[in-house]
Design a protein around this ligand. Sequence first.
Ligand code: ADP
Ligand code: MG
Length: 325
Amino acid sequence: MTPVLELQGLQTSFVTPKSTIHALSDLSLRVGRGEILGLVGESGSGKSLTGFSINRLISPPGRVTHGEVRLHGQNILTLPEKEMRRLRGRKIAMIFQDPMMTLNPVLRIGNQIRDALLAHETLNAPEVRARAIAALDEVGIPAPEERLTAYPHQLSGGMRQRVAIAIALLHEPDLIIADEPTTALDVTIQGQILALVQRLCRERGTALVWISHDLAVVAGLADRIAVMYAGRIVEEGPVDDILDTPAHPYTRGLIASVPVPGRRGGRLQQIPGRMPALTDLPPGCAFAPRCAVATPACAEMPALGALRPNRAVRCHHPLIEGAAP
Ligand code: ADP
Ligand code: MG
């Protein structure tokens, strides 16, 4: 079946007269209908740029310099901007860490929902009101009628994020890119919002890309995970499979650094060193300088190779059996 989203060899670069930085390289991914893909990696690994590249929202001097972004099989990178605007918000929606990226501070909630609805649909005033109330109700906002006249600053952070999610869901998009939408919230609220988005996507068959630096968040939410490091995917596969048998030394390091409930007092292992700047990447595997199993072979960039059906890893020395050399 044609996936909802397919990235094929995507490269996003910042090109100035002085330098060219490849911030994303050789990025390939598929997300099917109703599937949740967790995109994880530490800060600066290129997760947000991936979301912006999919939406064609990279600002100069950045641009997509290679590859394809296919939505239901169609490469949307070649669409005229006018058609792309019709897709944004209707077929592809984004949820950001800061809900104020979506919300306008000087407009009442009801008016913002109205504007978002009328951008893609023709509705009369009572229809707009009914849809707005239903949308707020669906994301668990109490007394939705009363919220219509509120301004964003009159709501808590968690409620503001729910409103942003309600707006993202308005047109029942085929794809949602959620960029760390719960990172700024309390743990309890985080959990509620995760469960909410997961349920709504399952019910509607929405494909969801959930971006997070936190492997623990993604572990409880996603069907598959893709691990990013220095602008590339280093490992990809079903969530349980990867958590049980990580093949990339970086993925294993990430898992070892996550606190496990019940394992109190156990030492967490941190990966030594830090991710190199994109301006300062070593030749070959970018993780090699921090890697316990690196050899001279790692000075050559490994390809993202199939480990077995459904599992891929970019490593010359993967940690599990059956791995491609
Ligand atoms: P993440 O969301 O994983 O924390 P980002 O996608 O925001 O990471 O950024 C990835 C990298 O892209 C950054 O570390 C930075 O080096 C590079 N980058 C982002 N914006 C620019 C820019 N305007 N010019 C040059 N490099 C940039
Ligand atoms: Mg980010």
